[in-house]
Design a protein around this ligand. Structure first.
Ligand code: MGD
Ligand code: MGD
Ligand code: SF4
Ligand code: MO
Length: 663
């Protein structure tokens, strides 16, 4: 038996280190959390363990496929790549490189996967899908306020926080390695507050539980800001020395009286006062922001409002505090210039990941002729699925690189089967939370007639005449990306030997000196905000609220417990009837009960599912776990809208109104 160290490639806060046990036949017996890794601490979740099932799964695609007359047939790599390269070359000559669209996401978030962008730049350019289905609004909000998003180290929170506010993050389910750190804080007597319209596994252990109406947290934060100032709980020294625009911000709060905020959010005046005391008195208060919280048309301003609350109360730049959303400081350590070959492209067009269906349908100059989808399952994961299907069907040639027959792969003309992370050499890091990078050693040799993404791009590049600029082994490309890290004494050899290493980022962001904003201060009044977004954070009504009379309920399509987006469902099989959680109030009002079949719908689509009445759910809220597809290929995104968030080209999938009836 051999023990080989690697990492979990799934798009997760925790970025775990793993150890695989391989038998004498080169087969993985089991996989476990790296006991030495400071975040993983020897434990991985079910999704991580399922990586082995995905690797050996009978439905894994092991040869290239080509669709002929509506049916997939096996095709050799040689022929598939010849044909794809010929299409690319012809479309480039007739329409220019931007007739080719590339949609990609974080199906695998490892370092070398970004080489795909290099390929398209060397090709001369492409139509890109920019923005984020995940967290764009919050990142832009924190860029305006701080310069970029930075989180406190997990140990700092565990050792120094005075109160922890878990604001819209589903820690037990999506970020389980946070739990030991929260428990360490609780063992010191630190109280926990949860703000979430939905119940969480953690609720019975917490001191306070607030259920705001979905999408109204910005108003709640403004209301608390006003109370902090009115009650003289604001941190005057911090405001005076380290912020700009406070007076204008203060003036803008006048309309956020206790009564009005209570009506907007559904949170009582007493609870609003309680939250003011938590931020004002229980210092240092650590805020853990979730990503669901900002998946709204007003999501960017919501995060800015919460940042402002932490700033007014002085809960920034001190141990045990912070508005912890992401760790964007990590990306600057890699030498992306060595990767991206930006200077090589002569044509470039941007669609967004969120609105691409509209843009594909409208594109004229040039129209989209070819689509590449890599590391993503957009038919299941992007909003307004019916529209996306129509848009993709209108594209003459579609190539999907994946391991499984996803709903997106079903629409393809060519499916190129890639390797599984356990067969590849790479480096894993995440800018979500874990401050560690992990070396991924190939655990087994490749199964079937599959190729790593990098090799697919290299072989296409050979055919298109720029092979030399894509050539190199994984190890050589990893080395190139580590150019800057070497200044901090971190080489790929050292990482491979150590298994994991911490990025040289501070334990406590913004502790000393300046913020990364243009003024060097925390900016209530943002100088980076364009005229469109406005310099001050504001409260905006969400877009689907227009339809509240016709569609009286909020729909939250949150991240699934047992799958990482759609990736777990691919191997668990399609589901017959999704579970639809509804609040007690809705159950009473519509006379439905657990086990009933209901139809939920809006103007964009409809879905049938089985009811579960949930006691902790906000009164007007319905919740479904996203990621699945039904036998008819339907996902929750049949119902969601492709609205852009107010800031940062993010998605607003939780800004969704629906109606229901029993069937
Ligand atoms: N098991 C599992 N883990 C995952 C993933 C997965 O699919 N499955 N996905 C990974 C990825 S890609 C991501 S982005 C992260 C996401 O991690 P999280 O942010 O933790 O998860 P979400 O499901 O996006 O939303 C979190 C919570 O936001 C709450 N919420 C929704 N609307 C509001 C609101 O208006 N106000 C407040 N206060 N709360 C609100 C939801 O009820 C939910 O509990 O998780 C990662 N980890
Ligand atoms: N309604 C609703 N929709 C959502 C969300 C929500 O909360 N609600 N959450 C959004 C969020 S936060 C995110 S991050 C997105 C995720 O959206 P996606 O990233 O599109 O979702 P995944 O289901 O992770 O699909 C990734 C695909 O990549 C494939 N893959 C894995 N590894 C590799 C590899 O090495 N190479 C290649 N070529 N392919 C690989 C997998 O097999 C899988 O099919 O979904 C978003 N969609
Ligand atoms: S999905 Fe997240 S928690 Fe689970 S093993 Fe992977 S990195 Fe760790
Ligand atoms: Mo995400």
């Amino acid at each position: 038996m051999k023990h080989i160290r690697t990492a979990c490639p799934l798009d997760c806060w925790d970025a775990c280190g793993m150890v695989a046990t391989v038998d004498e036949h080169g087969r993985i017996r089991h996989i476990e959390g790296d006991p030495e890794h400071p975040i993983t601490q020897g434990m991985i979740c079910g999704k991580g363990r399922k990586l082995v099932d995905r690797l050996y799964h009978k439905e894994r695609i092991l040869t290239p496929l080509k669709k002929i007359n509506g049916r997939f047939h096996e095709i050799s790599w040689q022929l598939a790549l010849d044909e794809i390269a010929e299409y690319m070359s012809n479309f480039r000559s007739s329409y220019g490189p931007t007739s080719i669209l590339h949609h990609y996401d974080y199906g695998s978030g490892t370092l070398l996967k970004t080489m795909e962008t290099r390929f398209f730049n060397l090709f001369g350019g492409f139509t890109d899908t920019i923005g984020s289905l995940c967290w764009g609004a919050g990142l832009e909000a924190q860029r305006f306020d701080f310069g970029y998003s930075a989180s406190h180290s997990p140990d700092d929170m565990a050792e120094h926080s005075g109160h922890i506010v878990i604001w819209g993050r589903n820690v037990n389910v999506t970020n389980m390695h946070m739990m030991p750190f929260i428990k360490r804080a609780m063992a010191r007597g630190v109280p926990i507050t949860v703000i979430n319209p939905s119940p969480t596994d953690f609720d019975r252990f917490v001191a306070n539980r607030f259920h705001p109406r979905p999408g109204t947290d910005g108003a709640l934060a403004f209301g608390v800001c006003k109370q902090l100032i009115d009650l003289n709980l604001a941190d005057e020294m911090f405001i005076k020395n380290r912020t700009v625009g406070f007076q204008q911000f203060h003036d803008s709060l006048q309309s956020f009286s206790l009564d009005r905020v209570s009506e907007m959010t559904g949170i009582s005046s007493e609870q609003i006062m309680q939250l003011a005391a938590i931020y004002g008195d229980a210092k240092p208060t650590c805020t853990l922001l979730g990503i669901g919280l900002q998946r709204y048309s007003n999501g960017g301003n919501t995060i800015r409002a919460i940042d402002a609350l932490a700033a007014i109360s002085g809960n920034i730049g001190i141990s045990g505090a912070g508005v912890n959303y992401a760790n964007r400081g990590i990306s600057k350590f890699f030498d992306w210039d060595a990767f991206t070959a930006l200077d090589k492209r002569y044509a470039y067009r941007e669609f967004t990941k969120i609105t691409q269906a509209d843009e594909i349908i409208q594109a004229q100059n040039p129209p989209i002729q070819m689509l590449f989808v890599t590391r993503a399952n957009p038919i299941t994961q992007i909003p307004d699925a019916n529209k996306t299907i129509r848009a993709y069907q209108s594209i003459p040639v579609k190539v999907v690189i994946d391991m499984f027959m996803t709903e997106t792969a079903k629409l393809a003309d060519y499916i190129l089967p890639c390797l599984h992370a356990l067969e590849e050499e790479d480096v894993l890091f995440s800018t979500m939370w874990s401050p560690y990078m992990v070396y991924m050693n190939p655990v087994i040799s490749r199964i079937g007639d599959t190729k790593p993404d990098l090799e697919i791009w290299q072989e296409l590049a050979n055919r298109l005449g720029f092979g030399a600029e894509m050539a190199g082994s994984p190890k050589e490309w990893i080395d190139r990306a580590f150019g800057k890290l070497k200044e901090y004494g971190i080489s790929s050899e050292r990482l491979q030997k150590a298994g994991y290493l911490r990025f040289p980022i501070p334990e406590v962001p913004w502790k000393e000196g300046e913020f990364a904003t243009p003024s060097g201060k925390y900016e209530f009044l943002s100088s980076l905000a364009g005229e469109e977004s406005g310099a001050l954070p504001v409260y905006l009504e969400n877009q689907d609220e227009r339809y509240r009379n016709r569609y009286p309920f909020h729909l939250l399509t949150v991240h699934p417990r047992k799958s990482l987006n759609s990736q777990g469902y691919t191997i668990n099989g399609q589901i017959e009837l999704p579970q639809i959680e509804i609040s007690k109030a809705i159950a009473m009002q519509r006379s439905v009960t657990t086990g009933d079949r209901i139809l939920i719908w809006n103007d964009r689509g409809s879905l049938v599912g089985r009811v579960k009445v949930s006691s902790g759910l906000q009164e007007q809220t319905i919740k479904i776990e996203q990621g699945f597809s039904t036998k008819e290929g339907k996902s929750v995104n049949i119902l969601t809208a492709n609205y852009l968030s107010d800031l940062g080209i993010g998605s607003a999938q939780y800004d969704c109104r629906i109606n229901l009836k029993k069937i």
